[in-house]
Ligand binder design. Structure first.
Ligand code: EPS
Length: 358
């Protein structure tokens, strides 16, 4: 399955070291103004090669719009976006083409298909997430015109957590970190980690403001259910929380419930979703990323013939893939929201900022 969404349906294709990656967006509303240049900012936020803390692969990530846009406007027909791969170094993967990296999808791809493209992780590479971010640029424009805005930040690297929170500093450092005073500490942490050859996990928090009450299907298409599936579809994700998430386990009902008054809710433990439907509050999602599995530190493993081997991964890899995951999680949040908004409009007829029905 390489398609995502019901009405705003995104299909991605391509491998890390193939000639190109791309997507087709079907069901996009007509009349959204869009130019190739508008993709650059979000794609650059996600890209490798921008700082020493991510993989050194340096892709231009230039978007070609092949269809669905006429005179700078979406036409309602399928939108095809293409990005050519220009900086793949497939020789880095020659030694491990028949080996499995512990913790990597190359083992399960092999078990499932009996064949895999080992170059750059093939289809399992984070390279694929480029197209989700590209598709979400269009989704975010449509949502923005309706007062819905998505943003995110890194909320943990290893055991380091933010000790302050200021949205205005998030875009000003390479970690999407919400507390500027900690950035030198993170730089030193990542430099030491990279030197050691090891990797580390991370947590991303994304939020959507301006979501009106009512988006989400009550049973099988719950907004939180689709958000969990969307976030879990990102490479290296091992956990998703909505609102207070796993902290809810230790809470009492009197603490967790969000009191209501004519002025709105007094708190937001629910993360903006009740019964699978948006409440009108901020939708809040936290996403856990595992440590990257491509390591130059030797590990015991097997090859495709079942022989015991010692695997060493050379080449360019992220020591913490979560560092550039904030734009990807934002993209998935936006893609779920536009799809749910269109479904809500199809069934209930209203979309956009509405007054809570209380
Ligand atoms: C990746 C390995 C690296 C990363 C890549 C993801 O690729 P390569 O080994 O070809 O240099 O750079 O990520 C991207 C290129 C991207 O755009 O996200 C991996 O092992 O998943």
């Amino acid at each position: 399955m390489n398609s995502f969404g019901h009405l705003f349906r995104v299909t991605t294709f391509g491998e890390s070291h193939g000639p190109a990656i791309g997507c087709v967006i079907d069901g996009c509303p007509p009349g959204i103004a869009i130019t190739p240049e508008e993709f650059a900012n979000d794609l650059s936020r996600r890209a490798t090669g921008k700082t020493r803390h991510t993989s050194a692969r340096n892709e231009a990530d230039a978007v070609e719009i092949l269809s669905g846009v006429y005179e700078g406007m979406t036409t309602g027909t399928p939108i095809a976006l293409l990005i050519r791969n220009t900086d793949a170094r497939s020789k880095d993967y020659a030694n491990i083409a028949r080996q499995f990296r512990p913790g990597h999808a190359d083992y399960t791809y092999w078990q499932k298909y009996g064949i895999r493209d080992p170059r750059g992780g093939g289809r399992s590479s984070a390279r694929e997430t480029t197209m989700r971010v590209a598709a979400a640029v269009i989704a975010r424009k449509w949502l923005g015109e309706r007062g819905v805005h998505v943003r995110g930040h890194l909320a943990q690297i290893g055991d380091v957590v933010p000790v302050g929170h200021d949205w205005s500093v998030v875009e000003g450092n390479p970690f999407f970190w919400p507390h500027a005073a900690q950035v030198p500490e993170l730089e030193a942490y990542m430099d030491a980690l990279r030197k050691s050859g090891d990797s580390v996990g991370a947590k991303v928090v994304v939020e959507a403001d301006g979501v009106p009450p009512g988006w989400g299907e009550p049973i099988y298409g719950k907004l939180d259910g689709e958000l969990a599936a969307a976030m879990m579809s990102i490479n290296a994700v091992k956990g998703v929380e909505i609102g207070d998430g796993f902290a809810s386990v230790a809470q009492r009902g009197t603490e967790h419930r969000d009191a209501m008054s004519p002025n709105g809710f007094a708190s937001n433990h629910a993360g903006g979703i009740l019964g699978g439907i948006s409440t009108g509050q901020t939708v809040r999602v936290a996403v856990a990323f595992k440590p990257t599995s491509s390591l130059r530190l030797p590990a015991e493993s097997i090859d495709v013939d079942g022989n015991v081997i010692e695997v060493v991964t050379t080449g360019r890899h992220d020591p913490c893939v979560g560092i550039r995951a904030t734009p990807i999680c934002e993209a998935m949040l936006a893609l779920v929201l536009i799809d749910q908004a269109l479904r809500h409009r199809a069934q209930c007829g209203d979309v956009g900022p509405v007054q809570p029905r209380i």
